[in-house]
Design a protein. Sequence first.
Length: 138
Amino acid sequence: MALYSEKVMDHFVNPRNVGTIENADGVGEVGNAKCGDIMKIYLKVNDDGIIEDVKFNTFGCASAIASSSMATTLIKGKHISEAVELSNKAVVEALDGLPPVKVHCSVLAEESIKEAVKDYYNRKGIKYNPETLEIIEG
Ligand code: FES
């Protein structure tokens, strides 16, 4: 069996949504201290809370690049509250799996999106639970 699925190879060789967004509404950056890989996500969010555009820059391994590419396709056009719920497991499933030693690469995608959403909430003055990222009303 090939080590990487066709989807992983596709998103690694031909990554979607690479780049940066000037005047982004939220930016999230995370790194993994062990492997040294870094992922940065940019969100453009409209007044209805819909993610109109998302871009990423990943300085990392093939799985990290494929994970960030897939993650951006999964949250583009979605409401910010749905992006917060994207798990690394969902990213791995959408990629038709990652080798076990590479699952941490998908965690970077989940975490960088969460950081970008936190940044968006902070800029907008939206109060949220720092653990669950649920919005605190009132
Ligand atoms: Fe660290 Fe892939 S080896 S993100």
